[in-house]
Design a protein around this ligand. Structure first.
Ligand code: TXA
Ligand code: MG
Length: 349
């Protein structure tokens, strides 16, 4: 694959970085990436959920670079990545560390859970998008942790995709979106979880699930008791909720179902105008053999792990559109359904 940043629509921004420097780093070779972060540059790195696009989290100029590289709207705030609860306390107003944030981080950190808490005044407004709160998470991936420890400050990072594209869960996916736009992409293998962290607003009673993710809603509820969801149609509580997300280049059609007969029925009705479709479906669904297909595996955990990489893979086929079949809302099924809700341009129920 070539270094192709200069051929994209963002050629002017891409030329600001030296494409030759975009190299694949192994975890043992982190030192130059740590130096780059300390100098205010952006670096793509693996986490257990999806790859992140990181910058020094306490420097406004460094954080601003993330938005430029991704083409991300400035009113969508970022998550600060830290090592532990001690670091979380420094980023919030200490006496406002509420019991829910303490209990949730004790139960699920390090891991795929982000808490939204009152923001300390030292956090740049580029991180919070001017909100009085900040989102914080402690990742468990050893490379992410080594990077945070090496830099010695929180790392601000959204997912390492171009804004609006599927989140990257492999080195190759990051390369596809960001080669030529960032000085370093660190290779940490395939992300174990495959969907982003669960974002929990701990400033409301009960806490609010702003984004279902790698920690299931049932698991959050088992720690804090009651949870609530933002009102549909109400003001966007997580600013990211109002944008179209995770979308491949091809049209993505969500068929709510998990069996071959659901596909057959949709094919005879809503999908009848398509000749070839790429099918992403749970294990056991039989798609026409001439169509490209990818499996989501046999359960919700496997579906979360496969979803984004399957979408990117099917996007590279000759099919006219991508069909994803999914119906479960159990466990990580809710995170999978949420991503499809945002990525699909058509939903067949
Ligand atoms: O797993 C993850 O969370 C990945 C990895 C890289 O850590 N990161 C990630 O970041 O998914 P991003 O920027 O793609 O999503 C962050 C979400 C957005 O929906 C954003 O609106 C929300 O968190 N968010 C950030 N700060 C917030 C705040 N202060 N209040 C409410 N929502 C916030
Ligand atoms: Mg994202």
């Amino acid at each position: 694959m070539g270094v192709d940043g200069s051929t994209t629509a963002n050629a002017i921004r891409a030329r600001k970085v030296d494409p030759v420097k975009t190299i694949r780093l192994t975890p043992e070779e982190l030192a130059p990436a740590i130096q780059a972060l300390l100098k205010g540059e952006v670096v793509a790195f693996p986490t257990e959920t999806v790859y992140g696009l990181g910058a020094h989290g306490l420097r406004a100029d460094a954080v601003a670079r993330i938005f430029a590289v991704k083409g991300r709207p400035a009113d969508n705030p970022l998550i600060l990545h830290v090592l532990d609860q001690k670091a979380l306390r420094r980023l919030t107003v200490d006496d406002e560390m509420d019991p829910a944030a303490i209990a949730l981080t004790e139960a699920f950190w390090p891991g795929p859970l982000t808490v939204v808490v009152p923001a300390a005044p030292t956090i740049p407004r580029e991180v919070t998008a001017g909100l009085p709160t900040v989102a914080v998470r402690a990742p468990s991936h050893p490379v992410a942790r080594a990077l945070i420890a090496g830099v010695g400050v929180p790392i601000a990072a959204p997912s390492a995709n171009l804004s609006g594209r599927p989140s990257p869960t492999t080195f190759a996916a990051v390369w596809e979106d960001l080669a030529g736009r960032v000085p370093y992409i660190i290779d940490g293998g395939r992300c174990a979880v495959g969907v982003e962290s669960t974002v929990v607003d701990c400033t409301t009673r009960p806490v609010t699930i702003l984004r279902p993710g790698g920690i299931s809603v049932e698991m959050v509820a088992s720690v804090v008791g009651e949870v609530q969801y933002p009102h549909p149609g109400g003001p966007a509580r997580a600013p990211g909720m109002k944008y179209r997300h995770y979308a491949p280049k091809k049209e993505l059609i969500w068929v709510v179902g998990s069996e071959t007969r659901d596909l057959v029925r949709a094919r005879g009705a809503e999908l009848s105008s398509y000749r070839t479709l790429a099918v992403i479906a749970p294990h056991g669904v039989v798609a026409p053999p001439e169509w490209p297909s990818a499996s989501l595996g046999a359960d919700e955990v496997s579906a979360a792990h496969e979803l984004f990489s399957a979408i990117r893979r099917m996007d590279q086929t000759d099919a006219e559109a991508i069909v994803v079949m999914w119906s479960s809302l159990k466990g990580l099924g809710q995170a999978v359904a949420n991503r499809l809700e945002k990525a699909a341009s058509m939903k067949v129920e």
